[in-house]
Design a binder for this molecule. Structure first.
Ligand SMILES: [Zn+2]
Ligand SMILES: [Zn+2]
Ligand SMILES: [Zn+2]
Ligand SMILES: [Zn+2]
Length: 310
């Protein structure tokens, strides 16, 4: 089984954690979780791992992985705090679908394992200079944080960061320069001034293509927002930006919607590209394209306007 969790980390007599692949047969190792003696197994069938010398009924590879991962992560954070180094963190945002970046240690001055918060003891807590928990890291192998813990985090403005481990090889995720947890309930985008929802990033994509009718060169602008392609959310400044980058937006009449709208137009023959055909321009990865960040928009307000119209 590829995803079988093995005891892939052992503890040395000096309490250092070591990967089985880096361990040698002549040294002694102990289980990081139950502290019983380990033997090293480097065979042909399975990747290097440890096994208890004698049966340890209350110990599981999952609990040992949980212990090892949180300890190694804690040590990494402590090292960055000691050295006064930033610790970059990347996450896919559940709120806006974008990838955000930040420095985990912007406000944190202390890191604690199993810090007692009354209702819960998160695996790792980051504290500010006043000793208040500002973020917690939960390492999930079998147990997700309890509902009461999640509520506590929400009510006390503690940011929950989740690592979900599926294999003992997941400890290698700590080798990355920046932390890449599985989820953080935190959006760093600005909020809409009208409705208060988080806004979404807008990107203008300009594809080097040619006119479908006269075949002369033509730059085609698309806007990507929340994975959708939607020219409706382009502001007049955005249109100007596109035109400055070689596109040509012109008012065109569409029989389909019985209305005029701004469309990507060929400078040579004045033919335009209907909105329904725009996604096709993303299908050809060989076409040169430029991506320009053009700020944010509120998906909530846009959808509200659209439902009012229809
Ligand atoms: Zn054990
Ligand atoms: Zn976000
Ligand atoms: Zn809004
Ligand atoms: Zn043309």
């Amino acid at each position: 089984m590829a995803n079988e969790i093995l005891y892939s980390i052992g503890e040395t007599p000096l309490k250092d954690l070591i990967k089985a692949k880096n361990a040698d047969k002549d040294s002694s190792y102990y289980c990081p979780d139950c502290k019983q003696p380990f033997i090293l197994r480097k065979g042909l069938k399975k990747r290097p791992h440890f096994a208890h010398k004698s049966v340890s009924p209350n110990c599981t590879p999952e609990s040992a992985l949980h212990y090892s991962f949180k300890t190694l992560l804690h040590n990494k954070i402590q090292y960055h705090l000691d050295q006064n180094l930033p610790l970059n963190i990347h996450w896919k945002c559940n709120i806006c679908n974008d990838v955000h970046k930040g420095n985990l240690l912007k406000k944190a001055t202390m890191v604690r394992l199993e810090h007692d918060l009354g209702v819960c003891r998160p695996d790792i807590a980051l504290l500010d200079k006043n000793g208040k928990a500002i973020a917690v890291i939960e390492v999930v192998v079998t147990h997700k944080p309890s509902q009461s813990a999640i509520e506590y985090y929400r009510n006390n403005k503690v940011i929950p960061i989740l690592y979900i481990l599926k294999a003992d090889q997941d400890v290698d995720r700590l080798n990355y320069e920046s932390l890449r947890p599985d989820s953080i309930d935190l959006c760093t985008n600005p909020k809409c001034s009208k409705c208060g929802h988080y806004m979404q990033k807008k990107q203008l994509i300009i594809v080097d293509s040619s006119c479908w009718k006269c075949h002369s060169q033509m730059k085609v602008a698309l806007v990507i927002a929340d994975i959708q392609i939607d020219l409706d959310i382009l502001s007049s400044e955005d249109i100007q930006t596109a035109n400055e980058h070689g596109c040509f937006f012109n008012k065109q009449y569409s029989q389909f919607i019985n209305n005029t709208y701004l469309a990507n137009t060929c400078r040579n023959c004045n033919n335009f590209i209907g909105e329904n055909f725009l996604p096709d321009y993303l299908l050809f990865p060989t076409l040169k394209r430029e991506v320009i960040d053009i700020g944010f928009f509120c998906l909530y307000c846009v959808n509200k306007i659209k439902t009012q119209k229809s």
